[in-house]
Design a protein around this ligand. Structure first.
Ligand SMILES: Cc1ncc(COP(=O)(O)O)c(C=O)c1O
Length: 400
C-alpha cells in the first residue's frame, strides 16, 4: 500500500512505485498513487468505505491504517497523486477548498500574525480571514498581487503568509510567483498559491519557489461538478508533517467516495484543460470584438497586463474568461439570465460551461470591501462543449 501523505513515507514508498517523478504529467495523473490493488489487482483504487481497520496486534495497525480520519487508502491514493502532480512531497485532501485553506492558515499562523491577500481574492477566502480568523487575532491586508511592490508595501514585520491566487478570481490578474516567492523568503514568510484556476497541468507553483499550494478540487481537478473537495500540497517535508497533524486533529477530511470521484476526474485533467484552453481562447477572441463588451479579462490576450508573466509560468492560459458590459450592471445581469447553453451557476472548472454575475453571486460577500468587484462584470467558466455552440449562445445572450 502506498501512502505518500507524510514526508518521510514519500521517500520510503517512491522506490516501490512503477511511476516516478520523471514520468510525464498524463502518466502521473493516471498512475501516481494508483498501483493495482495488492489483494485483487483492481486497476482503480477501491472505495475503502470503512471507518476503522483490523489490527494485527495491539499497537500494530496494518500498513499504518488505524482510523479513517487519520488515514484511508482511497484518500491516500488521491493525496499521493496530487502531491506528484504538483511536484510536492506531501499532499492532503480535505472536505472542501475552504477546509484546506483553514487548516493551512491555522497550521502556519499564530495569533498576532499578518497575512497579505489578493485584492480580488475568492470571496470565501476573504470571509474566512475577516469573519473567522480576524477574531482569532490574525490581521490581513489586501494587495494587488500582480504588482510585487504593492505586496511588499502591504507587508509588516508580522507577515507570515503571502497568499496569492493566479489567475485571480474573478478578474484574472496574474501574479509573478517566482518574484513573490523571493520576496516571501527574504521576509521569512511563506508564499501560498491558490492554484485552483490554473490546475497543476497549467502551472506548478512549488517549482517556482512557493511553500504550499492550495486547491478547491471541486473545480478543474474533480472536473465534473459532482464533488466538493480541497487539497494542500507542499514540497517541505516538515511543513507536510505539521499539516497532516492538523488535518487529523481538525478532521475536515475528504471522505472515501469523494476522494475516489476526485481521483477519477484527475485522470483526464490534461486533456480537459487543453480543451478548456482551446475554447476559452475562442470565447475571449469573440468577446474582444463585440460592441456590447467594454473589457475582456483573459491572460491569453496579448493586451492583458499579465500576459508575459503568464506566458513564463503557465503552460497555457486557462478556461476562465471575465468581461464587462458597456450597458452596465443591468446588461451584465440580463446576459447571465439569457444564456441557455452556459448554465447560470456558481463554481467553475467542470466540463459544462457556466456563467455568473460575481457581484451578486460568488463575490457578494466582498460587497463594500476593498475587494468589491465591478457591478458590470460577468464571469465565464468555459467548458469543453463545441466552441461554435458556445459562441452562438453568447451571441444570442448578448443581443437579448
Ligand atoms: C479560487 C478558489 N479558491 C478556493 C475556493 C473554495 O473552495 P470550495 O468551494 O471547494 O470550498 C474557491 C471556490 O469557488 C475558489 O474559486
Amino acid at each position: 500500500m502506498t501512502n505518500g501523505n507524510r514526508g518521510d513515507d514519500a521517500a520510503e514508498t517512491s522506490s516501490q512505485r512503477s511511476v516516478t517523478a520523471g514520468h510525464g504529467f498524463a502518466t502521473l495523473a493516471i498512475h501516481a498513487g494508483q498501483e493495482p490493488d495488492p489483494v485483487t489487482g483492481a486497476v482503480v483504487p477501491p472505495i475503502y468505505q470503512t471507518s476503522t481497520y483490523h489490527q494485527d496486534a495491539v499497537g500494530e495497525p496494518r500498513s499504518g491504517y488505524e482510523y479513517s480520519r487519520t488515514r484511508n487508502p482511497t484518500r491516500s491514493a488521491l493525496e499521493e497523486c496530487l502531491a506528484s502532480l504538483e511536484g510536492g512531497v506531501s499532499g492532503l485532501a480535505f472536505a472542501s477548498g475552504m477546509a484546506a485553506e483553514d487548516v493551512l492558515l491555522r497550521t502556519v499562523c499564530r495569533p498576532g500574525d499578518h497575512v497579505v491577500i489578493p485584492d480580488d481574492a475568492y470571496g470565501g477566502t476573504y470571509r474566512l480571514l475577516r469573519k473567522v480568523l480576524t477574531p482569532w487575532e490574525l490581521s490581513w491586508t489586501a494587495a494587488r498581487v500582480s504588482d510585487v511592490d504593492s505586496v511588499r508595501s502591504a507587508m509588516t514585520d508580522r507577515t507570515r503568509v503571502i497568499w496569492v491566487e493566479t489567475p485571480t478570481n474573478p478578474l484574472l490578474g496574474i501574479a509573478d510567483i517566482a518574484a513573490l516567492a523571493a520576496l516571501a523568503e527574504d521576509a521569512g514568510a511563506l508564499l501560498v498559491v491558490d492554484n485552483t484556476f490554473a490546475s497543476p497541468y497549467l502551472q506548478r507553483p512549488l517549482s517556482l519557489g512557493a511553500s504550499a499550494v492550495v486547491h478547491s478540487t471541486t473545480k478543474y481537478l474533480g472536473g465534473h461538478s459532482d464533488v466538493v473537495g480541497g487539497a494542500v500540497i507542499t514540497a517541505k517535508p516538515e511543513l507536510g508533517e505539521r499539516l497532516a497533524f492538523h488535518q487529523n486533529a481538525i478532521g475536515a477530511i475528504a471522505g472515501p467516495f469523494d476522494a475516489w470521484l476526485t481521483l477519477r476526474g484527475v485522470k483526464t485533467l490534461g486533456v480537459r484543460m487543453d480543451r478548456h484552453c482551446d475554447n476559452a481562447e475562442r470565447v475571449a477572441e469573440y468577446l474582444t470584438s463585440h460592441p456590447a463588451v467594454s473589457a475582456v479579462f483573459y491572460p491569453g490576450l496579448s493586451e492583458h497586463p499579465g500576459h508575459d508573466v503568464a506566458g513564463k509560468q503557465m503552460r497555457r492560459y486557462g478556461g476562465m474568461v471575465s468581461f464587462r458590459l458597456a450597458g452596465g450592471e443591468e446588461a451584465a445581469v440580463r446576459t447571465c439570465n439569457q444564456a441557455r447553453l452556459f448554465t447560470l451557476g456558481e463554481s467553475l472548472g467542470g466540463v459544462e460551461s457556466l456563467i455568473e454575475h460575481p457581484g451578486r453571486m460568488t463575490h457578494a460577500s466582498v460587497a463594500g470591501s476593498p475587494l468589491e468587484v465591478p457591478a458590470d462584470l460577468v464571469r465565464l467558466s468555459v467548458g469543453i462543449e463545441d466552441a461554435d455552440d458556445l459562441l452562438a449562445d453568447l451571441d444570442q445572450a448578448l443581443h437579448a
